[in-house]
Design a protein around this ligand. Structure first.
Ligand SMILES: Cc1cc2nc3c(=O)[nH]c(=O)nc-3n(C[C@H](O)[C@H](O)[C@H](O)COP(=O)(O)OP(=O)(O)OC[C@H]3O[C@@H](n4cnc5c(N)ncnc54)[C@H](O)[C@@H]3O)c2cc1C
Length: 421
């Protein structure tokens, strides 16, 4: 545990994870400063699908995932691409990813994920209320749709993991699905709604509102890029920044994908990799689903948002520095038209915008939460991969407990930053 009592805490990164962590720290009476060279919520937290899915306990690497990869890679509309020039750098991460996909390990990972995902919306609720952001969070469930019963059956292990972790759902036949959402393609033969799930109608605005409330309540946000740590023996005294220095006696590293070099400076070689994802927004769409709707085979989500219909998904393994490949986002438009045939076929792009972001992913689909190797005053809160919006509240509350020297509600052992040897 870090020192107890009131502390000056620097939170590095103003994404969803950093801002919620900072807000919980402030509520515990600490003096909190958030450091980010950019405005809040401009990283991965900007353009995600916005889903607060308590049901997202299914790790990315599952038994059989590796067998599906060749088919995905050869399908131009498939959910995965690898930039081949990046493959040599990726091999160690991929090896760990494959090893993480055994039936025994995915059961453990799902259990651990559930501890961060369950009650996520309830945990976030006080922050949302205080920020006056209730209009940005809805809880109407999440619909998964399948084009064949075979693909539904292929996901039986995923649904078993959900059931084993206390998640319940309602199933719909082809005919019932039609009544549920008449705009959906008739090709879908099976639907499943998880009612505990919710979503935000604008992730960027949600983070911005939470950050504004944090500042209103006495927190500080400085436009600074952290580049290292100042330590006296193993005690933290400050953060080195690109343009100066910030005194602090505790720090939280919540810089998403950009956390890796900061952890490395502290002796933690953490296999953090970017799973780049894209979104495509359609302003004033002819139709939109009432609730987020995920195509199980296409592995994308259609989320109704303030600014229109957002299609989000796909994984591109290409590293942090490679330029975006916008055709990956355009693929989402083809998917959208297959999901909602009434969407206008011709589109010259005037109502369409695209975005690319970096999911900060560890090979076992679990984040790194816990103290650094070099100093217990520095706590990690990154690596939430596909579920950082949904896990942010529980992570933030847990990290605030850790920094305050309190026992944590959540068992953090599975998230140990030192689990990768
Ligand atoms: C297409 C797509 C769809 C997704 N859909 C969902 C979804 O539906 N539900 C869900 O739960 N998750 C989803 N995710 C994942 C989710 O977006 C991420 O897990 C989450 O946003 C990560 O938040 P973060 O705060 O850790 O990182 P970020 O939001 O990336 O924030 C990191 C911040 O750190 C700052 N920073 C970087 N370097 C430094 C530095 N040196 N010093 C100071 N600050 C620094 C950056 O400027 C940035 O603001 C999706 C992701 C993608 C790409």
């Amino acid at each position: 545990m870090v020192r107890s009592g009131k502390k000056t805490v620097a939170v590095i990164g103003a994404g969803m994870v950093g801002v919620t962590t900072a807000s919980f720290l402030l509520r515990k009476g600490h003096d909190v400063v958030v450091l980010d060279p950019n405005a809040p919520g401009e990283g991965a937290s900007f353009g995600n699908a916005g889903c607060f899915n308590g049901s997202s306990v299914v790790p990315m690497s599952m038994p059989g995932t590796i067998r599906a990869v060749p088919g995905w890679l050869t399908d131009p509309m498939g959910p995965l691409v690898i930039r081949w020039s990046y493959l040599p750098a990726l091999v160690p991460w991929l090896a760990r990813f494959i090893a993480a996909g055994s039936e025994a390990r995915v059961a453990q990972q799902a259990r651990a994920l559930r501890t961060l995902l369950a009650q996520g919306i309830e945990t976030l609720a006080p922050l949302v209320r205080d920020a006056g952001a209730q209009d940005l969070v809805q809880r109407r469930g999440h619909l998964f749709v399948y084009r064949s019963l075979a693909s539904w059956q292929k996901e039986s292990l995923a649904w078993r993991l959900r059931r084993d972790n206390g998640i319940s759902w309602d199933e719909f036949s082809q005919e019932e699905l039609r009544q549920l959402d008449p705009n959906l393609s008739r090709d879908y033969v099976k639907g499943v709604i998880v009612r505990e799930n919710g979503h935000t109608t604008n992730p960027h605005r949600l983070v911005t509102r939470l950050a504004q409330a944090f500042q209103r309540d006495g927190g500080r946000i400085e436009r600074l890029r952290a580049i290292g740590f100042e330590l006296a023996e193993d005690r933290l005294t400050g953060i080195r920044c690109a343009d100066g220095h910030v005194s602090a006696d505790a720090a939280v590293v919540a810089a998403g994908i950009w956390s890796k070099p900061l952890a490395a400076e502290l002796g933690d070689r953490i296999p953090l990799e970017t799973e780049r994802g894209y979104h495509l927004m359609i302003r004033d769409p002819e139709i939109a689903p009432r609730i987020p709707t995920a195509d199980a085979e296409g592995k994308f989500v259609a989320t109704p948002m303030e600014q229109g219909l957002r299609l989000a998904g796909t994984v591109e393994l290409a590293g942090v520095g490679a330029p975006p490949r916008w055709e990956r986002a355009r693929v989402l438009l083809d998917h959208a038209r297959r999901m909602f045939p009434a969407l206008r076929a011709e589109d010259r792009g005037e109502r369409i915008t695209t975005w690319m972001g970096h999911r900060p992913s560890l090979p076992d689909s679990l984040p790194a939460i816990g103290a650094s190797r070099r100093s217990r005053d520095i706590v990690y809160a990154f690596g939430h991969g596909h579920v950082g919006m949904a896990c942010a509240a529980k992570t933030g509350k847990t990290v605030a407990e850790l920094v305050s020297g309190e026992p944590t509600d959540v068992d953090i052992a599975p998230f140990s930053p030192q689990r990768f040897r």
